[in-house]
Design a binder for this molecule. Structure first.
Ligand SMILES: Cc1cc2nc3c(=O)[nH]c(=O)nc-3n(C[C@H](O)[C@H](O)[C@H](O)COP(=O)(O)OP(=O)(O)OC[C@H]3O[C@@H](n4cnc5c(N)ncnc54)[C@H](O)[C@@H]3O)c2cc1C
Length: 434
């Protein structure tokens, strides 16, 4: 076993969390030695832009998250195409899949998530992809010219993004969803219905309460039979049923894990000197006051940034993370943030006000605590005020004095009491929003 060197700081992964860490860390410590090890061969890119690239809305260059010379300028050694397979916390060493190892002073695990494949025989065939990585992008791009009928397994955020891209290419798209509604974990029943209507109007075939019974074909999927017995021709199968946090390295190293790797507000794990962030971690949610897996790009970047500060010795906390999804499917714009209250989890301690304007297709729902603060909201159709609501939610402002105004189409800063308005605008200036 040869040793690939020792570093003051080592990062596992090369995506939003890793970049946040590098930028935070280098703003404090300009000279400590630093390296990252990444399983993917390619340059850092934005997963969130995959649908825009495949849909033809942006050029390939826009997929890349930082310029080519980013790591050189930050003095970070990059070991692409290597997988970390073991962390030995006693000797502060990370072992790689080729037998080499690297030692560290402080370590960040930013390993993200892995697409989940249900145990259906045939999902290993050649024209089956997830919708998650650069290798998926390359594979799907090659398939596209020959695809007339595609099956998307999963009616969640990723599945619907894939469906929209494929439909935009003139492909007949079939979306299969095991639950009785679309987007069930992230939005309420009304929003699901609006998206379902849009999908059906656009001509996407939707199969709720359904999944794959059997996959047919040789090396490639040729058709699938649904649980209800119907058969669908299939030139391309996209699996989009969920992403599992990659916790295996941490688990084997004896680091505390629940659904994700548990971190404190400084992003440090249960083992001092080892930090984690992003999709692989369970981080502090300011609305629930608990650690949760919140697989979102800003949470990964900001969590990584805070980890970077702390790794370099500057104490910072990440206390503003929560669930927030901004989505658009088939011309339906949606922002869902905070605690998503559905019929199933509604309770008396929450006050819920909703309003649907069928003509304008505008839906607003707010969830308020007993103290009058916003704990969650869903906006459909008109989403441009989401930033203000998010700000009010983060600052835990008692909104009872102007709750009615929040339902106006024209709601804006002018509707807020003057002192509050200036406080929020000042925040926005600091954040670069206005
Ligand atoms: C199609 C799509 C659209 C999305 N859209 C949005 C959106 O609109 N808004 C939003 O907020 N979020 C969106 N997301 C989610 C967002 O991309 C993730 O939250 C974000 O990428 C998480 O970043 P991360 O740094 O935690 O890990 P990841 O981006 O998952 O990257 C982790 C990296 O670590 C590598 N790795 C893992 N294990 C090892 C190991 N043992 N050794 C070496 N390397 C390893 C992986 O190969 C990977 O390159 C989207 C995701 C997808 C797939």
């Amino acid at each position: 076993m040869s040793n690939m060197g020792g570093y003051d700081y080592l990062i596992i992964g090369n995506s939003a969390g890793a970049v946040g860490c590098i930028e935070g860390l280098r703003s404090v410590d300009k000279s400590g030695t630093m390296a990252l090890v990444s399983e993917e061969e390619c340059r850092v890119y934005s997963r969130a832009l995959i649908p825009y690239y495949l849909g033809g809305h942006i050029a390939r260059d826009r997929l890349y998250y930082r310029p080519l010379d980013f790591y050189d300028r930050a003095h970070v050694g990059v070991f692409n195409g290597h997988r970390a397979v073991k962390i030995d916390t006693a000797v502060r060493m990370v072992k790689l899949d080729d037998g080499n190892s690297m030692s560290y002073g402080k370590l960040l695990i930013a390993a993200g998530g892995k697409p989940f494949y249900p145990p259906i025989p045939g999902l290993d065939k050649k024209n089956v992809y997830s919708f998650h990585s650069m290798s998926d992008v390359q594979g799907i791009e090659k398939e596209l010219p020959g695809v007339r009928s595609a099956v998307v397994l999963g009616g969640g955020v990723i599945g619907l993004m894939a469906a929209e891209v494929l439909h935009g290419k003139g492909i007949r798209v079939h979306v299969l969803e095991l639950a009785d509604r679309l987007l069930a974990p992230v939005v309420d029943e009304t929003t699901s219905q609006l998206v379902e209507n849009a999908l059906r109007e656009t001509g996407v075939d939707l199969y709720l309460n359904n999944t794959i019974g059997q996959i047919h074909g040789g090396e490639r999927v040729e058709s699938i039979t649904l649980k209800d017995g119907r058969t669908i021709p299939c030139d391309l199968l996209i699996v989009g049923v969920g992403v599992a946090p990659r916790v295996e390295l941490a688990e084997h190293a004896g680091i505390q894990v629940n659904r994700g790797i548990v971190v404190d507000k400084k992003m440090q794990t249960s083992v001092p000197g080892i930090f984690a962030c992003g999709d692989c971690a369970s981080t502090y949610n300011f609305l629930t006051d608990a650690v949760q897996n919140m697989p979102l790009w800003p949470n990964a970047y900001l969590g990584g940034r805070v980890a970077g500060y702390n790794m370099a010795g500057a104490e910072r906390e990440y206390t503003l993370g929560t669930q927030m999804n901004a989505m658009h499917f088939f011309d339906v714009n949606i922002v869902s943030a905070g605690i998503n209250v559905t019929e199933a989890n509604q309770n008396d301690s929450l006050d819920i006000i909703k309003n649907y304007d069928a003509e304008k297709k505008v839906y607003r729902k707010f969830v308020f605590s007993k103290e009058g603060t916003i704990t969650g909201f869903i906006l459909v159709g008109q989403i441009d005020r989401a930033g203000i609501f998010l700000n009010l939610m983060r600052r835990k402002v008692d909104v009872r004095g102007f709750r009615k105004e929040m339902f106006k189409n024209s709601f804006g800063y002018a509707d807020l009491p003057e002192t509050l308005r200036w406080q929020l605008l000042q925040d926005d200036v600091i954040l670069g929003v206005v």
